[in-house]
Design a protein around this ligand. Structure first.
Ligand code: CTP
Length: 392
């Protein structure tokens, strides 16, 4: 649990929150802004949590502290959250340890604002709060009551007990895939021409890896079937390394036995050389004739099995993305189809963000424009959780 404390008088109540979190069994790491240290000393939090309270990004020589803190956190709470930190978080600023950590973190975020009424009601703060809530941050409070300097009105930080209750709710809802077995594929496949050459594609594996990480963080038992030359797999999921479409097929079919969902994010080669040469082809022999034959369509094979299993396919389209993708949903027997627009700068393979949409077998279409792969992974897991939730 990451507890961020910013500079407001309510910082003293963050001490009570830290104590309650520890009592509730959380392992609490505190990050304070410089302004927060004017209200409460880091040693107070250190004594309450049994670990250091950090303020300086360069505190641990040789370590990238904000990255470590971000990765360790299952949940982040900022209490009190000043108007200033809300503005910085809304705009992606990272000029101190707390904002840098929260920009890197992908865990759920709970914000407990505390400020004067005028600041809370200012259109700039309203817009920042709306932007943060739209990105999934959970706001708790503020309440109306006595404020600093003898004033009264909305802006008082929610009580520590209330923040704890919301944090527990968010932490529990964050594990909505607990007990679910998910198979995720990622990356390209390499189809050999000879022992050194292959036919491949530009897939980085980032999308599938993001889905695997998100599903794992939400409590799923995840098997990640990962193609060659991809980004590092996240810690947690079981990783099965494969190279060709046929190897991926075998790994997926084996892992899919008893799985509740299969997410085929891999860019499986559609064709492979019919007869790879057993030894390296020599240049002197001239350009080889490479005859291609289709690879097994793993997704179609899973779709044809008609098991009680959620099946998610991906489609990379360059033109008329939705139009081109719609028929694939029924044709491959899918529950969800994630349509990615590729071929434009900043989208698709290797890019950080995707222009995407999720088409569902129930006819709904959810457009997801300019999402990072982590955000898209979250949207996919939201749909998985909804489909796998036992009907009341
Ligand atoms: N897929 C698969 N096995 C293959 C090829 C693709 O399981 N041999 C899966 C991919 O993982 C992806 C989806 O099928 O989820 C992509 O379907 P595909 O029909 O290959 O679509 P595109 O390659 O996007 O488009 P096109 O058919 O137009 O080439």
């Amino acid at each position: 649990m990451l507890l961020g404390v910013t500079g407001g008088i309510a910082a003293y109540k963050a001490c009570i929150l830290a104590r309650r979190l520890v009592e509730a069994g959380a392992h609490v790491r505190v990050v304070m802004t410089r302004a927060a240290t004017r209200f409460v000393g880091p040693d107070t939090f250190a004594a309450l949590t049994g670990g250091p309270a950090y303020t300086d990004p360069f505190e641990e020589p040789g370590a990238v502290l904000h990255v470590r803190l971000a990765r360790e956190a299952d949940l982040a709470i900022v209490a009190p959250a000043t108007a200033n930190v809300l503005a910085k978080l809304a705009h992606g600023m990272a000029d101190d340890l707390l904002t840098a950590t929260l920009l890197e973190a992908t865990c759920p975020l709970v914000l407990a604002p505390a400020m004067h009424t005028g600041m809370w009601e200012h259109p700039a703060t309203r817009a920042n709060v709306e932007a943060l809530a739209a990105r999934g941050a959970r706001l708790v409070g503020p309440e109306a009551g006595p404020l600093a300097a003898g004033d009264e009105g909305p802006g008082r930080m929610a009580e520590p007990e209330e923040i704890l209750r919301v944090a527990e709710e968010v932490a529990a809802s964050g594990r909505d895939l607990a007990g679910v077995r998910v198979v995720v594929t990622a990356g390209p496949t390499w189809e050999p021409i000879d022992p050194v050459r292959f036919i491949g594609n530009r897939s980085s594996g980032r999308m599938g890896v993001a889905v695997a990480k998100e599903a794992f963080d939400r409590g799923a038992d995840v098997t990640l079937v990962l193609g060659p030359g991809t980004v590092e797999p996240p810690p947690g999921p079981r990783v099965v390394r494969v190279e060709t479409a046929e190897e991926m097929r075998r790994a997926v079919l084996e892992a899919a036995e008893g799985a509740d969902a299969v997410v085929m994010a891999a860019a499986v080669a559609d064709f492979r050389p019919e007869a790879p040469a057993p030894s390296k082809l020599k240049k002197e022999l001239g350009p080889p004739e490479v005859r291609l034959v289709p690879t097994p369509d793993i997704l179609a094979e899973l779709g044809a099995e008609r098991r009680a299993r959620v099946l998610v396919g991906f489609a990379a389209e360059t033109d008329d993305a939705l139009e081109a993708a719609r028929p694939k949903l029924a044709a491959k027997g899918l529950d969800l189809l994630v349509v990615n627009e590729v071929g434009r700068p900043g989208t698709g393979f290797g890019a950080e963000t995707n222009r995407a949409a999720i088409l569902a077998a129930d006819g709904t279409e959810e457009p997801l424009r300019d999402r990072t792969k982590a955000e898209l992974a979250r949207a996919i897991c939201d749909r998985l959780a909804a489909l796998l939730r036992p009907s009341p």
